[in-house]
Design a protein around this ligand. Structure first.
Ligand SMILES: *Cc1c(COP(=O)(O)O)cnc(C)c1O
Length: 374
């Protein structure tokens, strides 16, 4: 069986977790949480990193800090995992879904830019916050959002849950990691993500005040460490156990991203001449290829048939997300754009992408896809 994405746990994971157990610090107090935060911030070039119980929790706190509340409007990518939009909905804010563009499969930020300018000119409500999702390891086209921030004061929150290690290599953000250019960036360490802490997330920011407030909110808004609370906070701390695992994983961050890129390169070479659309890579981006994903062609058999054919050979593949506007909680949510996100769902699937995937396993996947589409 070749799984879609399995964690690679052959570094210091067992040793650090064992240390937690021996010290009895298995819960939310203990040295690994701060070590993980510091190391994470240093690794991706952020001033502050605050560990959270999950990526979704990090997004919830980030959006609240960015001002999301009832009456506010948060623009969210239509094509993403549902947690992106749920985090906005938790705050009571309204969601505006924005279609993808076909080059990177991310939010069409130029479409949003034009829409915001039009709305501003005609006195209609504009988004207070853009939650930009970098899907599947590919950074989004960020310039229009930075312009919206300058021009209208719109906050930018990045959902980089799937895109740890992805970088821009041209334009304003050259040399920057996805998640570190907005006001706040969020990451996930769920089991299938680029690195894992078993479950967990991280919020990063350059702003000292936002960082302090994020830490405060994730810890029940406790004042002075006692039973005094100055707002409604959350129990969103990461445990020392999870942080121990996460720290060990982070030590292999560069290896993990390199492995993802090597896998993507091999898929690209093996699949690019076939009648499928290979994973996107914009000229200005250096993706981290969380899950290498392809599109079947419009008049060919679809992803379900291909997934079944792969399963017969012991290969696990998975469809991409139905766009949010097709999901029950967001059916009547306001939306801009056309049908790019719907097409990505209709035609897309992810191929096995574990960082320890071997060349022979990968060749078996490429052969199976080739046999199916030819
Ligand atoms: C995984 C993921 C999340 C949520 O992260 P959890 O740690 O599972 O809560 C949010 N957004 C996107 C785009 C994701 O892929």
């Amino acid at each position: 069986m070749i799984p879609l994405a399995e964690p690679t746990l052959n570094g210091n994971e067992a040793r650090y977790v064992q240390e937690c157990i021996e010290s009895t610090y298995v819960s939310s107090v203990g040295p690994f949480v701060e070590k993980f935060e510091k190391a994470f911030a240093a690794t991706i070039g952020a001033s502050h990193a605050i560990a959270c119980a999950s990526g979704t929790a990090a997004l919830h706190v980030a959006l609240r800090l960015a001002g999301a509340e009832p009456g506010r409007l948060v623009a969210v990518s239509d094509f993403t995992f549902i947690a992106s939009a749920n985090a906005a909905t938790y705050t009571g804010a309204d969601v505006l879904l924005v279609d993808s563009e076909p080059t990177t499969w991310n939010m069409d930020t130029e479409l949003l830019y034009d829409e915001v300018c039009r709305r501003a000119a005609s006195g209609h409500q504009i988004p207070d916050i853009v939650e930009i999702v970098h899907v599947l390891g590919h950074p989004a086209h960020i310039e229009p959002l930075l312009e919206l921030r300058d021009r209208y004061g719109i906050r930018v929150v990045e959902d980089a849950a799937e895109s740890l290690g992805a970088e821009w290599c041209a334009g304003t953000a050259t040399g920057t990691y996805a998640g570190t250019i907005g006001d706040i960036g969020c990451f996930s360490f769920n089991g299938n993500k680029i690195i894992t802490s078993g479950g967990g997330g991280m919020l990063v920011t350059e702003n000292d005040d936002l960082a302090a407030r994020a830490k405060h909110l994730t810890n029940q808004a406790k004042r002075d460490g006692g039973y005094h609370h100055d707002t409604v906070g959350y129990n969103y701390r990461l445990t020392n156990l999870a942080a121990a695992l996460g720290l060990a994983q982070l030590e292999r961050f560069h290896d993990a991203v390199r492995a993802k890129r090597t896998i993507a390169h091999r898929y690209h070479e093996g699949l690019r001449c076939l009648p499928v659309t290979v994973a996107p890579r914009a000229s200005w981006a250096n993706p981290s290829y969380w899950l290498y994903s392809i599109l079947t062609h419009e008049n060919a058999l679809g992803p379900n048939q291909l997934i079944n054919a792969l399963a017969e050979r012991g290969i696990q593949a998975r469809r991409l997300w139905p766009p949010l506007h097709q999901q029950t909680p967001y059916r009547s949510t306001e939306r801009i754009g056309g049908d790019v996100s719907a097409k990505l769902y209709r035609r897309g699937l992810s191929l096995p992408s574990s960082t320890h995937l071997t060349c022979s396993e990968q060749d078996a996947v490429i052969r199976a896809v080739t046999d199916f589409v030819r």
